[in-house]
Ligand binder design. Structure first.
Ligand SMILES: Nc1ncnc2c1ncn2[C@@H]1O[C@H](COP(=O)(O)OP(=O)(O)OP(=O)(O)O)[C@@H](O)[C@H]1O
Length: 310
């Protein structure tokens, strides 16, 4: 989908990216992670030509991106950023409609699309369509930012810390929404974060950057079990590797088909990390498990946390 070849980029003679090559597959959710100043945002901005590289090539769907007009790139690539960047004097509807309006979609189609996206992001269209950004909470603004990025149904979604500066509850609910949008639409998504737990929760592939270079890329599990260097080891937090590994698997993978034991049930689609927390706080060795519909699914035993994945 996107091929980056030997990209370098300097600002005022100081390299921000040095000889970076990367391939993003169609339908993939890739997460770029790294410390502040490692070059993540710069790399993302090259994808939609907000910045031009000093050297190297970028191809979108096999074609060099310099061959696409800015309008074509805006239609094909949605972009959401942490500071949201909503136009303050435009309503929510006008903000979300920015790219479709630019592309001269018919009015009725634009209105329909705005309502569809507001609903998708759990913002009631009648309530929010006519509001201005200052009449929204931070989390609502972020949702509108994501809706705007999705408006013209782009094939690729670039997200630069879209859930930064949010409380953990709102952040986690937006993460879940993003995961479900990804699962249902199959869009290619590149997400920038410096939160390792966000990267592990969302990334199908994680790409870790340091000083303008890619230092490791691979599956979340590889990062935890086979960090390529001391830096990666520090990034994944050595003392938390165990619980983070548990965070990668669902309770459903270990549940035993047994009659429910007493107690408040845990859901089979919760992670084993959440189960560990329940074991510890409740001081029990077994937990009753239900499915997403609340139907009995079986029992998870403490020892099951140690068994291999099935
Ligand atoms: N427009 C610019 N002018 C000058 N230097 C820049 C510019 N944009 C980025 N840089 C520099 O390039 C380097 C990489 O910046 P970049 O924003 O890509 O990092 P980042 O990994 O996204 O950081 P953060 O996590 O803090 O957002 C930094 O040293 C930064 O100061």
């Amino acid at each position: 989908m996107i091929e980056i070849e030997n990209i370098s980029k300097s600002f005022d003679g100081r390299p921000a990216l040095s000889d970076v090559s990367l391939s993003i597959k169609a339908g993939e959710l890739a997460v770029l992670i790294g410390s502040s100043g490692s070059g993540k945002s710069t790399l993302l901005k090259l994808f939609n030509r907000l910045l031009e590289p000093d050297s190297g090539n970028i191809r979108l769907l096999g074609n060099d991106i310099t061959g696409y007009s800015p309008e074509q790139l805006r239609r094909r690539i949605g972009y959401a950023i942490q500071s949201v960047g909503l136009f303050p004097h435009w309503t929510v509807e006008q903000n979300i409609a920015a790219v479709p309006t630019l592309l001269k979609w018919p009015k009725a189609r634009i209105q329909q699309r705005v309502d569809e996206l507001l609903t998708l992001l759990h913002l009631a269209p009648e309530t929010f369509r006519g509001r201005y950004p200052h009449q929204l909470s931070g989390g609502q603004q972020q949702r509108v930012g994501v809706a705007r990025a999705l408006a013209a149904d782009p094939e690729v979604l670039l997200m630069d810390e879209p859930f930064g500066a949010l409380d953990p509850v709102t952040r986690s609910s937006l993460q879940q929404e993003l995961a479900s949008i990804h699962a249902s639409s199959g869009k290619t998504i590149v997400l920038v974060t410096h939160d390792i737990d966000e990267a592990l929760a969302l990334g199908e592939r994680i790409i870790l950057m340091d000083h303008g270079r890619i230092v490791q890329q691979g599956l979340p599990r590889d990062f935890l079990l086979a960090p390529a260097s001391e830096l990666v080891r520090d990034f994944v937090g050595q003392s938390d590797v165990g619980v983070r590994l548990l965070g990668l698997d669902k309770i459903a993978t270990r549940v035993r088909a047994e009659p429910l034991v007493p107690g408040e049930p845990v859901r089979s689609d919760a992670t084993l990390r959440e189960a560990l927390s329940a074991f510890i706080t409740r001081k029990v060795y077994s937990l009753p498990v239900v499915d997403q519909h609340g139907q009995p699914a079986g029992v998870l035993h403490f020892a099951d946390l140690l068994t291999e994945r099935t």
